[in-house]
Design a protein around this ligand. Structure first.
Ligand code: SAH
Ligand code: SF4
Ligand code: F3S
Length: 479
């Protein structure tokens, strides 16, 4: 048994979880009493990152415990829930557009129940807007109280009045929530929640609360269960996985966790998202290199190549630290694939400073980049910083960056032709096409002809052709 420092409380008490299971059972019997001949249908739509995708699996699990059957068609749903993302204005606009589209549906089907949850709903100004302009929404709750969905649903159904459940308390992790996994061979495994880094542009620490790690035993138990169920790929998720266990354990950190999961017997791959350069140590890179089940892919967002901008972003590392880390990573893992996130147009960023981002991209030669134009988020430090650049100028820099990266990606994928990669068959690229898609360990998409029965299996694929972002290939020694 590992010792948690100062015996801090980590999980929601078991009595509370038991209470939620009782609410779920009660709701199920009420729904059944209302209409015994037809099971109610639930629609879940997810916006945002892996944290939300993983939370939505729990939402689906809880809904199924309450007797719902999942549907992909919102029009036929008795219950619809949107799990929302607040990371950029564009993400929020998409959510509002989608909520607006539900209004005529609700008018046609007044008994339909509509709920909103996720990161947007942890912001007061958003909840005010929903109350005022979207009063047809029945239930609103934030990410800290996700496990209370059965209770909210039960009370909202009985009281028949709108509920807005925005708890400011956070800090405890709900273990044992039923999860309906979207895949039978690829699993998300949350290892930590929240973020304490307060990058000056970012809303996540405000909506997801303080950084907290799951107990080592809880993570290990779930990992073992996934392997026993035949899962072939386990992705460890958190905003900042490198700081797993910080302030909690004296003897367990992210490297130790990786080693422990790597030691579970079985044929599976371990991925993780996201790492922050601030806490990415050479020891972690050595561990990645030594663990044969850990994918040789590192997603390490650098955001900007300029030290003044990095400081203003409160990122906690310099351009030189970042380059040194990546050089070390390539030294210990010559075949490593590195991907990253970049923000263009941070307040006050000059064209010369942006050029430092371009030069970093040229130097590292990333496999792929997720590029974003800065979006001001209410309540963050950067939102009050002077921003003189026009939108047109930011878009032009953004295009310059994506064009540069496109050339690099083209060269990178071209150099993969003729090589063979072990790939997990994930899905058919188009229905009936006979072509499956998967990803290399380095996270490059690859398409190849194979029978549907191979979905969920590993196959060796020889790359025959490279497009900019995807590879095409043929399976070799495909059993
Ligand atoms: N925890 C992760 C990032 C999660 S958010 C990390 O620190 O690496 C995913 C990405 O969205 C960030 O890496 C950043 O590039 C982008 N992002 C976050 N806030 C943003 C904002 N206000 N405007 C534009 N992009 C943003
Ligand atoms: Fe946001 Fe920074 Fe935390 Fe990532 S590390 S979630 S960018 S505050
Ligand atoms: Fe969005 Fe929340 Fe993730 S703001 S990016 S869904 S943590």
């Amino acid at each position: 048994m590992t010792q948690i420092k100062n015996n801090i409380k980590v999980s929601v008490p078991e009595e509370e979880m038991e209470k939620q299971r009782e609410y779920a059972a009660l709701t199920k019997s009420i729904l059944h009493a209302r209409n015994a001949s037809k099971q109610p249908l639930a629609f879940v739509r997810t916006f945002g990152c892996l944290a939300n995708i993983s939370d939505s699996e729990q939402i689906k699990g809880m809904l199924m415990d309450m007797g719902y059957v999942l549907t992909e068609t919102v029009e036929e749903a008795d219950f619809a829930i949107f799990n929302t993302c607040a990371i950029r204005e564009h993400a929020e606009d998409r959510v509002f557009g989608n909520i607006g589209a539900l209004k005529p549906l609700k008018q046609k089907k007044p008994q339909m129940f509509i709920a909103l949850c996720g990161c947007m709903m942890q912001q007061e100004h958003i909840v005010e807007k929903i109350k005022k302009s979207y009063s047809f929404v029945d239930l609103v709750f934030g990410p800290h109280v996700l496990h209370k969905l059965p209770e909210f649903l039960y009370t909202a159904m009985n009281e028949r009045q709108n509920r807005y459940e925005i708890s400011q308390t956070d800090g405890l992790i709900a273990e044992g929530v039923t999860r309906h996994r979207d895949s039978a061979f690829k699993a998300w495994l949350p290892i930590m929640y929240g973020c304490d880094n307060y990058c000056s542009y970012c809303i996540v620490p405000y909506v997801r609360g303080r950084e907290k790690s799951r107990k080592f035993e809880d993570v290990m138990e779930e990992a073992r269960a996934l392997v026993a169920l035949g899962y072939k790929e386990i992705t460890l998720i958190g905003q900042n996985v490198n700081s797993y266990g910080k302030n909690m354990y004296a003897d367990i950190d992210f490297s130790k966790l990786l080693e422990s999961i790597n030691a579970i017997e079985g044929d599976f791959l371990i991925r993780f998202m996201t790492s922050n350069p601030r806490d990415c140590s050479p020891r972690l890179l050595d561990t990645m290199a030594a663990c044969e089940k850990v994918a040789k892919h590192l997603h390490l967002p650098f955001q900007s190549g300029n030290n003044r901008v990095l400081k203003a972003m409160n990122r906690g590392y310099t351009r030189e630290n970042y380059i040194e880390l990546i050089e070390y990573a390539f030294r210990v893992m010559p075949n490593l694939s590195v991907t990253s996130d970049v923000i263009v147009g941070f307040p006050g960023e000059s064209y010369e400073e942006f050029c430092d981002t371009l030069s970093l991209v040229k130097q590292i030669r990333f496999t792929s980049l997720y590029t974003f134009i800065y979006s001001a988020r209410e309540g963050t430090a950067a939102a009050t910083m002077q921003d003189n650049e026009t939108r047109e100028e930011k878009v032009s820099r953004f295009t310059e960056l994506t064009t540069l990266q496109e050339g690099i990606a083209r060269d990178r994928t071209a150099s993969m032709v003729g090589k063979t990669f072990r790939v997990l068959c994930e899905s058919e690229n188009k229905p009936g096409s006979g072509v499956l898609t998967g990803r290399t360990q380095g996270n490059v998409i690859i398409e190849f002809p194979a029978a549907l029965k191979h979905i969920g299996d590993y196959v060796d694929v020889l790359v025959t052709e490279a497009k900019t972002w995807i590879l095409k290939g043929i399976p070799v020694n495909n059993r």
